[in-house]
Write a new protein. Structure first.
Length: 231
């Protein structure tokens, strides 16, 4: 058998096949999707590398969650606990930008001026207020929140929502009875506010605004920058 001729024919066939293969052309939609996926991957890589910053943000979320639970507590509210959770939240939340600046100093130094120029007047006011609140908690003996009594339905306070599931059966709860047409009885519980020249804002609402602001700030930073340690 003439192997050389056979190989020549195979090589020739393969060459023709290779030269006749049509080029791969991506549509604009596919190309745009690939770019978007690449951007998402780079953003995720950056977020994973900012370990200290993420830890501080997670810490702030943790204390915010406890603050909300304490705010919504229906049985035996604990005012000192609410203040403790707020103090822990505001100090860890204000540490997020410091941690980011420490982890990516050169990138932060280049990015911060442009970022600050994009902030609205409301955002800038939020930053100033939260900084003052952190100073109050860390160096001035604690922030002075207004305490007001809010009116709530008594049956709402009696609902057993913050106990073990097996104790949430109606047999374990308190009940309110009244003649037909008689309005349900009301009760009062404490609510906390901060006040400035624009009015007052409930404490947990302010904390949520600041938490959301930090989430967006970190997402924007990761989307617009590549990690210095990967360069």
């Amino acid at each position: 058998m003439d192997l050389s001729g056979f190989m020549d024919r195979m090589t020739g066939d393969m060459t023709v096949t290779a030269t006749q293969r049509p080029p791969v052309i991506f549509s604009k939609d596919v190309h745009a999707e690939m770019q978007a996926n690449t951007t998402d991957v780079l953003r995720n890589v950056m977020a994973l590398m900012l370990e200290a910053t993420r830890r501080k943000l997670d810490e702030a979320r943790f204390f915010y969650g406890h603050l909300i639970k304490e705010r919504q507590r229906k049985h035996f509210p604990d005012p000192p606990a609410f203040r403790y959770y707020f103090s822990a939240f505001i100090q860890s939340a204000r540490s997020v930008t410091w941690a980011l600046k420490n982890e990516e100093p050169e990138t932060w130094k280049a990015w911060e001026p442009t970022w600050k120029n994009t902030l609205s007047a409301k955002d800038k006011k939020l930053l100033n207020l939260t900084n003052e609140l952190r100073l109050d908690e860390a160096k001035r003996g604690g922030a002075n929140a207004l305490v007001e009594w809010e009116e709530v339905a008594l049956h709402g306070l009696l609902a057993l929502t913050d106990v073990e599931p097996w104790r949430q059966h109606p047999a374990y709860g308190g009940h309110v009875f009244a003649p037909p047409g008689v309005p349900p009885p009301k009760a009062f519980r404490q609510a906390y506010y901060f006040e400035d020249e624009d009015g007052k804002e409930e404490v947990t609402a302010l904390c949520k605004r600041y938490r959301d602001f930090l989430d967006k700030m970190l997402n924007d930073f990761c989307a617009e920058n590549s990690p210095a340690s990967a360069q």
